[in-house]
Design a protein around this ligand. Structure first.
Ligand SMILES: NC(=O)c1ccc[n+]([C@@H]2O[C@H](COP(=O)([O-])OP(=O)(O)OC[C@H]3O[C@@H](n4cnc5c(N)ncnc54)[C@H](O)[C@@H]3O)[C@@H](O)[C@H]2O)c1
Ligand SMILES: [Zn+2]
Ligand SMILES: [Zn+2]
Length: 391
């Protein structure tokens, strides 16, 4: 089959790889109908490159049609239309019972000291082949495939795999009081949905990004937006009686614009031999913390900072004095996708499409064009906001 593979830092390819097959009785094989490129995939091309191997199949936002199921799979049959959460969980351990699928004790990667296994996300997360391919092997299929209806287009359902629940969790973790306000930093796909969800739930939302067409998309959905510059924090404070918003959601993550030194460190880390670079990425600060620092500064005293953006590195200097003095709450983590499905499903199936799932994808292309579209998405060229590959 054809699949998008990681070749080296900064480079992906589309090539022929072996078809996946049932390896465990709990597996299923799906024929992929849509697979999106995520901002998280971009980290694999740069700072997380040392944890990838040449030929690894990428992709963790996938949906399709079940083709084959293992002998122990009970809830799925060939022909079912399914969305695949990017997190692989068992559904029955201590963590899963508490809705923390990203910490699943059955699929945790203890050798790496990381949480649950993820599709297409490096040896840090289990080295499982991803879904930017014609077919995907779904692990523990009964617990890790959402069956959906046949009527609505893929775009309504596809984002249940990752960015819709990620945005939903970001808003829940932000703990915004009734009628309160939230600033969303970053208006990429995650920030778009986080702002729309917050607005849908009745909060006042301020969106921040440096890319004009991303601000324009948010404005189409009723979000007040701000350009990223030295005056951003002051402008938002002015809209919140000088206090700052009740919460800030960071939908940017470790590749934030605004810290050239860390950017250089990330770049050079991507070029070092794996062994050295892996150690660097885990032990020294290679994050670009511009967004999180803005969040700490901007959020009102006693407010909450909710990190949806992905962070790595352990030695980043955090302004502990400010965080302590402002009495901040900080919440973060990969998304517990399975936990939010029942909250979101009615919204994506609502005929009025209240979260605008059909107004996010800017580029829809055949799988074979993936390498070019990775670059377009990374460089934010051609108005690119979200790419869907069609195998
Ligand atoms: N927690 C999870 O489970 C989870 C799931 C999916 C994605 N993510 C993470 O969420 C983040 C966003 O993903 P995406 O797909 O929307 O990516 P993206 O790269 O398209 O979006 C990031 C946006 O942030 C903007 N930005 C950069 N620096 C900024 C700054 N200093 N202030 C404000 N905006 C800034 C960029 O212009 C861009 O529009 C990534 O870090 C991704 O890895 C996390
Ligand atoms: Zn993702
Ligand atoms: Zn579990």
């Amino acid at each position: 089959m054809r699949a998008v593979t990681w070749e080296k830092t900064g480079a992906v390819e589309v090539r022929d790889v072996a078809d996946p097959r049932i390896e465990e009785p709990t597996d299923a094989i799906i024929r992929v109908t849509s697979a999106a490129i995520c901002g998280s995939d971009l980290h694999l091309l740069s700072v997380l490159g040392p944890f990838m191997d040449k030929g690894d199949v990428l992709g963790h936002e996938t949906m399709g049609i079940v083709e084959e199921v293992g002998s122990a799979v009970q809830g799925l049959k060939p022909g079912d239309r399914v969305v695949i959460p990017f997190v692989i969980a068992c559904g029955e351990c201590f963590m899963c019972e508490r809705g923390l699928q990203t910490q699943c004790e059955t699929t945790q990667n203890r050798d790496q000291g990381t949480g649950a296994t993820l599709y297409g996300y490096s040896e840090l997360y289990g080295s499982v082949a991803g879904g930017q391919a014609q077919r995907l092997r779904v692990l523990r299929a009964d617990a890790n495939a959402f069956r959906v209806g046949d009527e609505l287009p893929d775009d309504r359902y596809l984002f249940l795999s990752d960015i819709l629940p990620t945005a939903w969790q970001g808003v829940q973790y932000a703990n915004i009081p009734d009628g309160g306000s939230v600033a969303v930093l970053g208006l990429g796909p995650v920030g778009q949905f986080a702002s729309r969800i917050a607005r849908h739930l009745g909060y006042e939302v301020f969106g921040v990004d440096l890319v004009p067409e991303r601000r324009a998309m948010a404005e189409r959905h009723g979000i007040e937006t701000f350009e990223l510059d030295d005056a951003t924090a002051a402008a938002i404070r002015q809209r919140t009686r000088g206090r700052g918003p009740d919460a800030v959601i960071d939908a940017v993550g470790l590749e934030a614009h605004g810290n050239p030194m860390a950017g250089f460190a990330q770049f050079t880390t991507g070029l070092l031999p794996d062994r050295v670079a892996q150690k660097l990425a885990k032990t020294v600060g290679v994050d670009r913390l511009a967004a999180v620092m803005l969040g700490i500064d901007l959020v009102r005293r006693g407010g909450t900072l909710s990190l949806s953006g992905v962070y790595g590195g352990v030695a980043d200097p955090m302004p502990m004095m400010t965080m302590f003095d402002k009495q901040l709450t900080l919440r973060m983590g990969q998304c517990n996708v399975h936990s939010w499905r029942d909250d979101i499903l009615p919204l994506v199936e609502d005929p009025t499409d209240p979260l605008g799932t059909e107004d996010l994808v800017t580029h829809r292309v055949p799988l074979d064009d993936a390498a070019e579209l990775y670059a377009t998405f990374r460089d934010k060229e051609d108005g690119c906001i979200k790419v869907v590959l069609q195998p």
